[in-house]
Design a protein around this ligand. Structure first.
Ligand code: FES
Ligand SMILES: [Fe+2]
Length: 379
């Protein structure tokens, strides 16, 4: 559906800050290099505590980080072959089942004590988890990143943490009008929303922006340092973003909603290499951190400050209303609410299955699973 691109004032529905997630998607939860053999990495996905470890084949396993014996965190234990071993009494678990209690005689039957497992995949140097109905995991496509591993592209990995609800972070990514914030970093200016499209699962906005300065030349936006205009496509494909700048660069941004108050992002930025390949290969390990730290992290730090300020004011007064003018932001809010409602109304969902709502952010009447207020369908 094509939407109007006119900028008009609308009151933002704060209830979007109280929604949970649609757990029937693949979520990026960790960089693969963070998980070493024989180590256990604890992560949180919408308040669900999960322990990641590599089995004897190096394949990532994901289990609930709570021992079914007495509730101790399993990540404090150790890995033994294919099993995760609880630190307290040494019970061992494999594929979700208790396979050994060290103080039981060999012939004694083990109790039925299961630990929940999650579908998990390692791709693009990232570990993904499917926290929802595991029978749907194979049907739900993962993000596709064709540039990954292609030597014609320089890949820059960028991670960030935000003390904010994931919906605020996602609105920041769609909000190209905040180039004002990055003015001192030779960011973009004069943004214009050219086109806005919405489907059941996506919002795509095309913006025209202007760049200038030596960095634009370095990134291949312009042959000179003069002003140039380019079209940025910002494509929200729940729960990820795929953004591109006229095929010159791509940004794949994967969001981890840790809890209602914390979010993390895993981004892969691809920049077309404009120097000969024989020179790029040795330079790649040097270029990547330089571009990340001298360029992207400076932008990100500015964004994090704004996002956290916005969230802090939301928390201090949840009833306060704000004014939005960008129809792309309203469309992103609508999509996030729609996905959440779709999940809580799905036949496979049960509150004990996966916490879908914001447990620590109850709605005004205290009913935390209450349907959020409707956001207008048309703009
Ligand atoms: S609490 Fe885990 S083995 Fe006892
Ligand atoms: Fe920004």
């Amino acid at each position: 559906m094509e939407l109007a691109t006119t900028l008009t004032g609308q009151t933002v529905q704060n209830r979007v800050r109280e929604i949970g997630i649609n757990a029937n998607h693949w979520y990026a939860v960790a960089w693969a290099k963070e998980l070493h053999p024989n180590q256990i990495l604890p992560i949180r996905l919408w308040n669900q505590e999960i322990a990641l470890y590599r089995d004897s084949q190096g394949i990532v396993q994901a289990v609930e980080d709570i021992c079914p014996h007495k509730g101790v965190a399993l990540h404090k234990g150790k890995v033994q072959g294919d099993a995760i071993v609880c630190p307290y009494h040494g019970w061992e678990f494999e594929a979700g089942q208790c396979t050994k209690i060290p103080y039981f005689p060999p012939e004694q039957k083990l109790p039925r004590a299961c630990v929940k497992t999650f579908p998990v995949r390692e791709r693009y140097g990232i570990i993904f988890i499917f926290p929802g109905d595991p029978t749907l995991a194979d049907q739900v496509p993962m993000i596709d990143i064709p540039q990954y591993g292609d030597p014609d592209w320089l890949m820059v990995t960028i991670g960030a943490e935000f003390q904010a609800h994931y919906t605020i972070c996602n609105e920041n990514t769609m909000d190209v009008f905040h180039g004002y914030l990055h003015e001192n970093l030779q960011g973009w200016f004069d943004p214009v929303l050219l086109k806005l499209q919405e489907t059941q699962d996506t919002v795509r906005a095309d913006y025209r922006v202007s760049y200038e300065g030596p960095m634009t030349k370095f990134l291949g936006l312009n042959e000179t340092s003069k002003v140039t205009t380019r079209t940025i496509s910002v494509n929200y494909q729940y729960p990820n973003y795929i953004n591109s700048l006229e095929g010159i660069s791509f940004l794949y941004l994967m969001r981890l909603p840790i809890s209602p108050q914390e979010s993390r992002s895993f981004s892969l930025m691809f920049v077309k290499v404009r120097i000969p390949r024989w020179l790029t290969e040795p330079l790649r390990p040097v270029l990547e951190p330089v571009i990340r730290n001298l360029f992207f992290m400076r932008f990100l730090r500015q964004d994090i400050e704004m996002i956290e300020s916005e969230y802090a004011h939301y928390i201090s007064d949840r009833q306060r209303r704000y004014v939005e003018v960008n129809p792309a932001i309203i469309a992103v809010q609508r999509l996030m609410v729609r996905q959440y409602e779709q999940y809580i109304h799905s036949p496979s969902h049960s509150p004990s299955h996966f916490p879908s709502h914001s447990p620590s952010a109850p709605s005004a009447n205290g009913a935390s699973t209450e349907k959020p207020a409707a956001i207008p369908e048309s703009i």
